[in-house]
Design a protein around this ligand. Sequence first.
Ligand code: PEP
Ligand code: MG
Length: 891
Amino acid sequence: MAGKKYIYLFSEGRADMKQLLGGKGANLAEMTNIGLPVPPGITITCEACNEYIRLGRQFPEGLEEELKARLKDLEALNAKKLGDPKDPLLVSVRSGAPVSMPGMMDTILNLGLNDESVKGLAANTNDERFALDCYRRFIQMFGDVVLGIDHDKFEAILEKHKERLGVKFDNELTPAALQEVIAEYKDLVRKEVGRDFPQDPQEQLRMAVRAVFDSWDNPRAIVYRKINKIPDDLGTAVNIQTMVFGNMGPTSGTGVAFTRNPATGEKGIYGEYLINAQGEDVVAGIRTPKPIAELKKEMPDTYRQFEEICALLEKHYRDMQDIEFTIERGKLYILQTRVGKRTAAAAVKIAVDMVEEGLISQEEAILRVDPDQVVQLLHRRVDPEAKVQVIAKGLPASPGAASGKVVFDADEAERKGLDGEKVILVRNETTPDDIHGIVQAQGVLTARGGMTSHAAVVARGMGKPAVVGCGDLKIDVGGKRFFVGSLEVKEGDVISIDGATGNVMLGEVPLVEPQLSGEFQTLLQWADGVRRLKVRANADTPEDARRAREFGAEGIGLARTEHMFMGADRLPVVQQMILAKNKEEREAALAKLLPMQQGDFYEILKVMEGLPVTIRLLDPPLHEFLPSAEELLVEITRLEATGQNPEELEAKRDLLREVRAREEFNPMLGHRGCRLGVTYPEVYAMQARAIFRAVAQLKKEGINVLPEVEIPLVIHVNELRRLRQLVNEVADEVKKETGVDFDYKVGTMIELPRACATADEIAEEAEFFSFGTNDLTQTTFGFSRDDAEAKFLPQYLEEKILKENPFMVLDRQGVGKFMRMAVELGRKTRPELEVGICGEHGGEASSVEFCHLIGLNYVSCSPFRVPVARLAAAQAVIKEKKDKEASYSTE
Ligand code: PEP
Ligand code: MG
């Protein structure tokens, strides 16, 4: 489409143009317009990138001409020309997507240098070494990023010269040595790509822009988008910005700072810098930088100015900022600002503090914290009472504690992690190419790098424990070991790291359960004041019930009774019950189970005093409680071979016959749930009796309990009618036998499409509905979770046939439609019908939002996810309100 505007000067953009200009471009524009010292630049839009990809990697029509014209504007702003042999304009070329993807795409610095302009740079700065160093860095970056030449090949040349001269750092190389390095770099380029290093700056620029567009689809960016659920079609903008130099001697430097601590949320500038260094040196984690507090001593005026800018930016954006700056010969420049990534703990603290500082409202604070991220706050910590052997200490980059076997390589970490082994990835520093290993590791430990190094940023984003910049570690990568003093730790040895203190410990360490911090409690209380949905927990034991209450659960939405059948003292009795030859035998076994179940229910109901407890009667197919036919066959064959123990052999053969008789082709769609209740009513009767006897006992003790008896897997009202009557009869008997009167409800799980379609009929017999969206998802999709996730679902997600795993994020269009229908039909029959959800979706933010939107009364989830659901339920209310306001304003 000719005539389209693809390029904006920084002065033409605004912060709210992120979608078009990318996050970095939009913020550079905003900062330019509020008068901050930003080196001038231009931004090529994300739209141009998408067009480029759509056209099969061709610049869209008009882009090249526009680039030339906009470059002239940039040259005019700087009063310099790209490639001018006397006083060249140099630019950086960087990616910048609408969503921040730190370190995932490419950057090229010092563009515009060639054999001639490098002389001009040397003359103007009066520093030949500096100019040659810039040129050598440029060839190296361009060679790597644009021409695809392995970075290590350049490093090998550089190392060779450093060794030859006996120096340690790049900036100790003499101009003569740098000349040689450059000559060898150029030879390398010729050899690798069969052409000379491009000398025409316009060509350099075009090639760099292409490379940045292409980097949108490099493997690490693709992996990052997948992990962070960033759509693939956003594209990246390209920012072309005037270079300023942090490597112009001792009054120059570069750094990264957060306006608040990204790990804890503590207020105050937090960051690090390097004197005489260029941009990427800090983030790459190659040299461990100095804490920003030292800048205050080293350059007090610059520091003061920086402090003012930080305060201004925080106020302007009303959020914590992550700022990159450069000092060129004492003059401060701001190169980038963005909303800073932070741990969940920091997110909560910052949100609550900002409300108290009057910067944001409570509702904004609630929206600022990502519910999926707060699960991190429920990480276990190292037991403070435990005796641990601390062998080293690094920077506490990302909280949480983890133990695992040491591995030194990201591929190995990925392999072992996928095999179910717990590993800690130990590296000198990590790079974006290590991301697949970090994903599968329990935690990350690096010898170098600061709090803003790649490892630290990525680990915080993923909520993984990380300790970085642990200088005591001497890693011998080739020998697969590291040393701390004389202590040797080899690959496969177990270590633990504590990302909250920076401690590195030998062996596995004991952990303790998490607690909610004061700020988190405050935020959740605000959320409780906003939300309409109640939040319950799925809990089968008194301990789980207690934890759920601590985390704010307002009841139990699902107590699965089958787990109570599994203990070593129970299983033999349960097997007796199943294998009983007649009713008498079965009743004898049930009589033994009854007091055990009664004890279970007593404890749970007691812990949940005053709150509703939904107890589901037996659900899984009975063969789950019996040994498998394969196991039995192996034993029978063994007994046959030995010829001894004929009675045992006969018993096993009997058992095998029974097991075979119960075999089903598709047990999850077979004889389970309320079908068991219909065919073995005495099992359900026993469970109901155990519940009601526990209730009567508690009532006698003066404890208020609210039991809800739940029938699973109902497809027809007649099933429920029969089983409800059974439960009512047992209740009456218990009332009579104990002399205690009590209230209870009888309701049903809704977990099959037919139940949704006939919910009006089912509601005649049900006092409550609870959506079992695990089964409802399986039966709506027509595939079993285990088979799907192991076989084809990964490909479906990869190829975007499905956008999300429907077992994790509720499928609104399909499963959700059935749910909506069931709520409407159910409430038509019984307007006051209480409806909840107890499938795993009940603790996932987007599913919680959907449950709010279709008018459920509560969600129920695992105890650890209760805080997630409380927050998500409040966000659902606020978002709904905002959406309504937005639709009024557009009407
Ligand atoms: C469900 O199906 O969603 C449910 C909660 O039951 P279960 O997972 O025990 O089958
Ligand atoms: Mg179910």
